[in-house]
Every structure is written in structure tokens, then in C-alpha cells.
Ligand binder design. Structure first.
Ligand code: TYD
Length: 211
């Protein structure tokens, strides 16, 4: 079996930059790494993603949103992630179940337990081996996004700052719940320091990758 690492955090916390850096770092050690993302990563899930994130879908109910994320996650897991892990690869995924727990469970107020339950239906007891949580003040993250004109703006980016603050609180609650799986990274530091902190965590927690 390979090794499954997920990255989590509020908008603009630098997950996509970090994921590429982490990929290079692990690959330099001669290990094959696949990068993927949620919601999406494969055709069916990308199609579901476009429905969820379409800025025209302002009427979308919270539970509908949670179920669509869980459906996209299920398909991505069985079609892509599990087969890659069975081939012994390291899989790095930009967002996974904790995004649903923080965004839909906590910030949308559906309840962390309720959202965990529908996700258990979707993915059984399959959980990441390690989760890196990029911790950042959401206002800093949103400012970063707004300064990055090339980035697409999606339906959730348009939520008020208050919503993103709740997302961060949600992540705090989840961190307390899964302390052995999730590790916090201080994302409000120079990029080099964020990278070096992350490398240390991975070398320490994911020892089995490096033998
Ligand atoms: P994306 O463009 O991938 O944003 P980011 O670069 O911040 O990851 O859009 C994903 C959006 O979907 C993001 O706002 C977080 C949200 N999301 C949820 O609300 N629940 C989920 O389960 C997942 C996977 C994402």
C-alpha cells in the first residue's frame, strides 16, 4: 500500500504551491508521487465540481452541497486514489474529507457529526494517512487571492469573511478530534519556512514512505 497525504486550509493558504513543492521533494528521493485535488480529479468528479462551484447556483441548499462533495469524493477515491495506493504510490490530495467537515459541517452549520456520517457512507472508514493543515488568518488568505488575478473565483470564494472565519474555527475543532492524523503548519510565514516545516513533518510522520 502507498501513502495518502491530504492538504487542508482556508482559501489562499498556499496549498497548491506547497503541494507541488512537496511532490518535488518526495520525488527527489526516488518515490513516485501523484498530485490530485478535490472536488474533482477525474471526469465524473470534475463534472460534479462544476455544478457545486458554479457562481450561478446561488440557490444550492447546504445538504445538497454536502452530498455532492461526498459523491465526488467517492468516485475520486474508488476510481483514482485507491488504485494508485494499491500500486504503492504516494498520493497528495488538495482537500479531502476535512474540507467537508469544516465548510459544510461547521461553517454551514450542518453539524460535523452529520457530515461525517454521510462521508462514512461515501468512503467507509478510509482516511488519509496524514493531513497537513495550513493554518492562516482567512483575511490574509482572501487578500492573497484577490491580488492573484489569474485565479478563478468560485462560489465559495464569494462568501463573506465571516464564513471563512467559521471555516477556520471548524478546522480547529477537527484538529482536536483527529490529533494523531492532522498536523498544523503555520502558513503565515515566509514560503521557505513553510516548506521546511512541512518537510520536517513529512519526514517524521511518513517515515514508511522513505523506508
Ligand atoms: P478550489 O478552487 O479548489 O479552492 P481552493 O484552491 O481554495 O482549494 O475550490 C474548492 C472549494 O470548495 C473551496 O472553496 C472549498 C470548497 N470545499 C468544500 O466546501 N467542501 C469540500 O468537501 C471540498 C472538497 C471543498
Amino acid at each position: 500500500m502507498g501513502y495518502f497525504i491530504t492538504l487542508e486550509g482556508v482559501e489562499g493558504s498556499g496549498k497548491s504551491t506547497l503541494i507541488q513543492h512537496l511532490k518535488d521533494f518526495i520525488e527527489r528521493k526516488g518515490i513516485e508521487v501523484i498530485v490530485t485535488r478535490e472536488p474533482g480529479g477525474i471526469d465524473i468528479s470534475e463534472q460534479i465540481r462544476s455544478v457545486i462551484l458554479d457562481t450561478r447556483n446561488t440557490k444550492m441548499d447546504g445538504r445538497t452541497e454536502a452530498l455532492l462533495y461526498a459523491a465526488a469524493r467517492r468516485q475520486h477515491l474508488v476510481e483514482r486514489i485507491i488504485p494508485l495506493l494499491q500500486e504503492g504510490k504516494v498520493v497528495l490530495c488538495d482537500r479531502f474529507i476535512d474540507s467537508s467537515l469544516a465548510y459544510q459541517g461547521y461553517a454551514r452549520g450542518l453539524g460535523i457529526d452529520e457530515v461525517l456520517t454521510i462521508n462514512e457512507f461515501a468512503i467507509g472508514n478510509f482516511m488519509p494517512d496524514l493531513t497537513l493543515y495550513m493554518d492562516l488568518d482567512p483575511q490574509i488568505g482572501l487578500n492573497r487571492i484577490r491580488n492573484n488575478k489569474g485565479r478563478e473565483v468560485n462560489r465559495l470564494d464569494l462568501e463573506e469573511i465571516h464564513f471563512h472565519m467559521k471555516v477556520r474555527e471548524g478546522y480547529e475543532a477537527i484538529l482536536e478530534r483527529f490529533p494523531e492524523r492532522i498536523v498544523r503548519v503555520d502558513a503565515n510565514q515566509e514560503l521557505d519556512k513553510v516548506f521546511s516545516d512541512t518537510k520536517e513533518i513529512v519526514l517524521d510522520r511518513a517515515k514508511s514512505i522513505f523506508h
